[in-house]
Design a protein around this ligand. Structure first.
Ligand SMILES: [Zn+2]
Length: 197
């Protein structure tokens, strides 16, 4: 009924988080109707972003430069590193402007169920950074889920030999809460009122 190009577009859109086949069809139709003002600029933006995106060799953030803009920003406090699971969590924290240190993106959590071990996460890089004289505080901002907290305990153990204060987010992050889904005020309060572990 519809051309293969459009069928392919719908199939690819349906792979996006939050979009099933039905909403992918709606999105495709919307794009086609707004071909000049949305579809073509979007296609260009996708191509450019795909060509430009880099993973920061220091912190694991995604940016078009390596080191990323946060790691390269001399106005940011080099003494504090906030450890997050995913880039989405880093973005959520940045939206609040509550934290002016730097980050470390683990790339997930430990999970016996999914077979994710410490080797699958960017922990070794964090241990090296925590060993630097510049760094005095590590804030563990993993999710308030079982896996997030297991990961936080594991990292705290790994950093035991380093001369750093280890802190966690304050209460207010609901159990089971993932940072990216929280409102900015809750995230902001949680990092400002962080506590030593
Ligand atoms: Zn970085």
């Amino acid at each position: 009924m519809i051309g293969t190009e459009i069928e392919r577009l719908i199939q690819l859109l349906a792979k996006l988080p939050g979009l099933g086949p039905r909403s992918a069809r709606r999105a495709a139709l919307f794009l086609i109707k707004k071909r000049e003002v949305l579809m073509e600029p979007l296609a260009r933006a996708l191509t450019e972003a795909a060509g430009a995106v880099r993973s920061c060799g220091v912190c694991g953030n995604l940016d078009s430069v390596d080191p990323c803009a946060i790691c390269a920003d001399v106005r940011r406090d080099p003494a504090a590193i906030c450890v997050v699971e995913e880039v989405a969590d880093l973005w959520a924290l940045e939206r609040t402007h509550a934290f002016r240190g730097r980050y470390h993106v683990l790339g997930g959590t430990l999970s016996a169920l999914d077979g994710r071990t410490p080797e699958d996460l960017n922990v070794a890089g964090l241990v090296v950074r925590a060993g630097s004289d510049q760094v005095s505080e590590i804030i563990l901002a993993t999710s308030a889920t079982v896996e997030g907290q297991t990961t936080a305990h594991y990292i705290a153990d790994r950093l035991a030999e380093c001369d750093v204060t280890i802190s966690g987010l304050a209460h207010g992050v609901p159990v089971g809460g993932e940072l990216d889904y929280l409102d900015d005020g809750t995230i902001s309060a949680a990092i400002k009122e962080r506590r030593s572990l």
